[in-house]
Design a protein around this ligand. Structure first.
Ligand code: FES
Length: 176
């Protein structure tokens, strides 16, 4: 065994070599972790796309129509201009409102306020739909929010008049 004396920078050089190897390993770790992350992200995106495919196809086939049951609402002669009545559509648990506007149009919406689900009423003086909970206002002709906290429109129910009877015949999907 030789007791060779270390050169002036011998210790530093050994330390540098160790650090260099550490750094190389760390670079590899980062590279492999990034690659693994990208692979998982792509895999998750593909899985999500495949999982939601039936929903997308259904929406395309329905052409924006969410429900299409035909339900009798009332006799047209029982809903005078400037008046409204409540009904349920498309199920008995989903409250709705039919408005016969002052200028003679029939408009129907599910009437749970899109803010916090309070019932919405027809306010004939101003010809608007009003949610009294936080003073949310909706346009009676479109169901779009026009004042107050609501940000989304009311679900639109399509109506048809057959022999003086008003029917609900469909509900449109209007936002995602
Ligand atoms: S619940 Fe209708 S405005 Fe708040």
């Amino acid at each position: 065994m030789s007791d060779k004396k270390l050169g002036r920078n011998q210790k530093d050089t050994n330390d540098d070599m160790i650090h260099l190897v550490d750094n190389l390993n760390r670079d590899d770790d980062v590279k492999y972790n990034r690659r693994a992350f990208l692979k998982s992200a792509v895999g998750a995106s593909v899985a999500l796309g495949v999982a939601t495919l039936p929903i997308s196809i259904k929406a395309m086939l329905n052409n924006g129509q969410e429900d299409s049951a035909k339900v009798e609402i009332a006799k047209l002669s029982d809903v005078k201009r400037g008046n409204a009545i409540n009904f349920n559509y498309p199920t008995a648990e989903e409250p709705a409102i039919l408005v016969h506007t002052k200028d003679g149009e029939l408009k129907a919406y599910n009437n749970k306020c899109t803010h916090l689900q309070c019932p919405v009423f027809y306010e004939s003086e101003q010809d608007v739909l009003l949610c009294p909970c936080h003073k949310g206002y909706f346009d009676v002709k479109s169901g779009h929010p026009i004042a107050g906290p609501p940000q989304r429109e009311l679900p639109l129910i399509e109506v048809k008049v057959i022999n003086d009877t008003v029917y609900a015949v469909g509900r449109k999907i209007r936002h995602g």
